[in-house]
Design a protein around this ligand. Sequence first.
Ligand code: TYD
Ligand code: MG
Length: 472
Amino acid sequence: MNCYAVCINDWNSLSVSKTKIQFQCNECGAETPKWVGQCPDCMAWNTLQESIIEKKSTSDNNRFREHLAGPAEVCSLDAVETTETYRQATGLDELDRVMGGGLVNGSVTLIGGDPGIGKSTLLLQTLACLDSASGVPSLYVTGEESAQQVGLRGKRLGLSLGALRILTENHLERILNVASKEKARVIVIDSIQTVYSDILQSAPGSVAQVRECAAQLVRFAKQTNTALFLVGHVTKEGALAGPRVLEHMVDTVLYFEGDSSSRYRVVRTVKNRYGAVNELGIFAMTDKGLREVSNPSAIFLSRHEDPVSGSAIMVTREGTRPMLVEVQALVDQSHLGNPRRVALGLEQNRLAMLLAVLHRHVGISMSDQDVFTNVVGGVRISETAIDLPLLMAIVSSFKNKPLPQDMVMFGEVGLSGEIRPVQNGMERLNEAVKHGFKQSLIAEANKPKNAIKEMKTHSVKHLAQVMEILDF
Ligand code: TYD
Ligand code: MG
């Protein structure tokens, strides 16, 4: 009888501790039960790695849910208690802007970007600013640099490092231990890829580790109402390494854009549960760290002494602020069977589509020309208002005829050659007036109700009209 019970017990424990193996993609985190050469989700080759599934018991899962979202009870949405989210100004206006107006307690922010672009510098400056301005206790956890390195950098940047606490640690459980003892209000983890947890056997930086560590840190932040910054590295392809899986766990995703060899850095909001997306914060990297650029229009315009062909000025409105940007194009005779189409800072497919519109509706063919296009200053434009300035820069380069130097333009170009309006036309025009532009070329529907005194407005309905006005 006894023996039977022991056997049953053994069998039970055996069946519980039986581990299951699965394969997980390094790039996107997709899971498959069998190894295959190509990830079925993101189509990347040779990225599947063996990992062990550790099944959490249902009671564990339920506890996790309760911590994150509160006990599961149905109530009417009207009756939910909503207190105004308290925002702490960080002292860096451009960072506040991309975070929707300041740091929210208990929020988790993921900052991604290429190595060397300035993530560590920005966060060190932020913590020092927070500390000196409002005495918020903060903790900087670094798994990449030594405390001396960070300290040296802080001193070189002339930051007041008075109460800023630093921890060099990779081990998740120890980090959580220290964090709860320190009672810091703001914590930075630099970077999430270097943190590992004892629960899993896989190496630091693997998808399973990154996901588990991030989940535990997020849980900690929500429970203790601590603001948390996670630094994430970017893969060669430009995705946050492993961490597409991370993006849905955090509240805000910020992304460092721009070339690390250029002086200017753009921080873009990709996701924000507390504010608008596509907001841009502009910084300049100097020998004293990152400096905010409060008048970005000035830096994205390369004012030419004499008029040059292939350059058009547009007013973009990424996020909540209008900004003047120069769009450049170079059209050159091609010696290739398949002429080149290069788009830097804008969408390649849009360029191809616009060239087709140009051919069909105005009769200008680029089939034997290489077309190179670029947005000055390393900024990326994702809105359709770039259509009109881009096409005009291309035609201007093709005909070798400069556009008027005092003209700005914006507008979407439709497939039938019509010029369509874009949002916030008046705000864009005001920004152009502020910078001394005297003419504008915009869609009919964007025309201001009351004429602007300082600016002549050409409003158009079709591409053919544009060609007439510009005398192409
Ligand atoms: P860093 O913040 O270490 O980048 P990340 O954490 O994103 O990898 O930034 C390092 C780069 O910034 C490095 O190439 C040198 C440059 N830099 C300056 O030009 N001036 C400065 O004052 C600092 C601190 C860095
Ligand atoms: Mg760094």
